[in-house]
Ligand binder design. Structure first.
Ligand code: ADP
Ligand code: MG
Length: 574
């Protein structure tokens, strides 16, 4: 058998699957249909884990999170036209976050082009804005070539999204086996180091600093720089501030974490080292009044074009964060230096942290019902296992949750990110649960959602139950977007208003029983009104690993965050 392979045929679907497998792709998310079903089947046959989702957008969020968590792109598989268009949100989000992702879209048949074919759309062009690379192989033989290029582009340099277009007729078209040449798996991304002179300059700027600060971004998390950055923090006694997804690179409960004095640290620092964090809206552009006008930035990034954005840095270190951190460490190994641990800078920061923590504690201890955000997060943090993945989105739910829920491991927090995207939570949680299952069994995924955020992809609860993923969903429910109304006010309002269309735009239906979405599919649901109910149901959810859970936590509909030093802070996601 098989002595003469010259007659053996292979379908386009199988070539796609084999090419992905050869490039070490491990996960594929999607919604099947004409013309891509065969691709999913072929991928599954080769051992690629296929996860069928309920909407392409959530599938694309999931695939992108896998890329961030594993450093290898996940694939999102979608049908032509509307399927691809639903995935654009996920592609944009991945690209903005600098996360690797491959989207494979079926498209209409080549011989019907411009004739009004089924779901015809200029897909390669449409994806160009959201990707680093967008292409359609012109023959089956070229599929492995394009797939290798897409995978490589997604992880080399600044990571990002790539799109591959597959005409419907390719899927079933047969090619001669011997005509297909698979490209070897691309090499891991090359690791680049900064110029030695720049590293020396950076060390000397740091040595002269009176009020130094490290900012740790999700680029540092992505580059696995946790060990070297931690050494630097400890050896030089440096205060550090994580960005939302930089949380956990060095644990939040590390004594040098000054997250609780964030505004003060930013405002007073004279030298700031940026480890893979852009000076965009999340970091207030690096400008006054949030920073000293003459603060010196030492900027580390893998993307040369990023260096100097918004602020002219004192020193630029172009390279991989892990490698550059080690270069910096060498400097301080040779000539040790420390930010005085009992000096004025550390005193100022510690005092501010203490007073801010006291305010949160005070809010958390309030006994009034419905609960406020701080009470909810206080009780969640009390039981949260330290190695949990925390997925979080919503307005106040995410902002306050970020300050109170601690991450102790790198790449264990996923949220609305650079693009401020709502609706990512369930897709991210599904990705995290799969990665946890395969790479760190026993770790839990806690997905903290505002009630509005949950609504974007609520039907993915069915996906969670179908794959029986051990996810605990917490819906922090205030009956609305930003704020809602209690049931009584709602009733009165409807009574006095002539038309339902005058319902305030921020309102959602009061007392919605979101936990029943979970019980509908066989998971466990809890309706939670008091701290005691929260403690009890969370304990049960954490103990019972056999089923996904949803806690629908009712909070004060008008609850907001504590007063901020900068009022415009309250409107951004920071
Ligand atoms: P955050 O949201 O945490 O502030 P950003 O997404 O704004 O983080 O910034 C992450 C930065 O990290 C991007 O500018 C990206 O180019 C950079 N980056 C990603 N991977 C690496 C790496 N391996 N080495 C250096 N920089 C990296
Ligand atoms: Mg809400």
């Amino acid at each position: 058998e098989g002595s003469d392979r010259s007659e053996e045929q292979v379908s386009g679907a199988k070539v796609i699957a084999q090419a992905l497998k050869t490039q070490d792709v491990e996960y594929m998310f999607g919604v099947v249909g004409i013309p891509v079903t065969e691709i999913a089947l072929a991928a599954q046959e080769l051992g690629i884990k296929y996860i069928g989702m309920r909407n392409e957008q959530a599938a694309c969020y999931a695939a992108s999170a896998v890329g961030y968590l594993t450093g290898r792109p996940g694939v999102c598989l979608v049908v032509s036209g509307p399927g691809l268009i639903h995935a654009l949100g996920g592609m944009a989000n991945a690209n903005m976050n600098c996360w690797p992702l491959i989207v494979i879209g079926g498209s209409s048949e080549r011989n019907q082009e411009a004739m009004g074919a089924f779901q015809e759309f200029p897909q390669v062009e449409a994806c160009r804005l959201y990707t680093k690379f967008s292409a359609r192989p012109s023959t089956i033989e070229l599929i492995p070539f394009i797939i290798e290029k897409a995978v490589r582009s997604s992880i080399y340099g600044r990571p990002g999204a790539c799109y591959i277009d597959i005409p419907a007729d390719f899927v079933t078209l047969q090619a001669n086996v011997t005509s297909i040449k698979y490209k070897e798996c691309c090499m891991p991304p090359p690791v680049s180091m900064a110029e030695t002179s720049a590293v020396c300059a950076a060390a000397s700027v740091l040595r002269d600093a009176k009020q130094p600060l490290l900012i740790i971004g999700k680029g540092a998390a992505y580059s696995h720089a946790e060990d070297s950055i931690r050494k630097l923090v400890e050896q030089c006694s440096l205060p550090f501030l994580p960005t939302p997804m930089g949380k956990g690179v060095v644990p939040d409960n590390h004594p040098n974490c000054v997250g609780a004095a964030r505004s003060r640290a930013l405002q007073s620092a004279d030298v700031i080292v940026l480890f893979g964090a852009r000076l965009n809206w999340i970091l207030h552009f690096g400008l006054p009044p949030r920073y000293q006008a003459d603060v010196k930035f030492i900027q580390i990034d893998i993307c040369a074009e990023e260096l100097g954005n918004n602020v002219r840095p004192s020193v630029i270190l172009l390279g991989d964060i892990n490698a550059v951190s080690k270069q910096l460490l060498e400097q301080f190994d040779k000539t040790p230096w420390q930010c005085p641990p009992d000096g004025q800078w550390w005193k100022t920061l510690r005092e501010k942290m203490k007073s801010n923590e006291a305010i949160s504690k005070e809010l958390a201890s309030q006994k009034s019902l419905p609960m406020n955000y701080y009470t909810v997060f206080y009780h969640v943090q009390e039981q949260l296992p330290q190695d949990s993945f925390i997925v979080s989105e919503g307005a106040n739910t995410m902002d306050i949750g970020r300050t109170m829920l601690q991450n102790c491991l790198p790449r264990h927090r996923l949220d609305a990110g650079s693009f401020g995207t709502m609706g990512v939570g369930l897709g991210f949680a599904i990705a995290a649960a799969l990665v946890a299952k395969d790479r760190s069994p026993g770790q839990r995924v806690i997905c903290v959602e505002g009630d509005s955020a949950f609504g974007f992809s609520g039907m993915e609860v069915e996906t969670i139950c179908r794959y029986n993923l051990p996810i605990i969903l917490l819906v922090v429910n205030n009956n609305g977007i930003y704020q809602g109304f209690d049931a009584d006010t709602w009733e009165k309002m409807l009574h006095f208003q002539e038309a339902a269309t005058t319902v305030p735009p921020m309102c959602l239906l009061p007392n919605s029983h979101y936990e029943q979405v979970m019980t509908t599919f066989g998971g466990k649901g809890y309706f939670v009104r008091t701290p005691e109910e929260l403690q009890h149901s969370l304990r049960q959810a954490l103990q019972d690993t056999s089923k996904p859970c949803l806690l629908n936590i009712m909070i004060e509909p008008q609850s907001t965050r504590k007063a901020q030093d900068f009022h415009w802070l309250t409107r951004s996601n920071m």
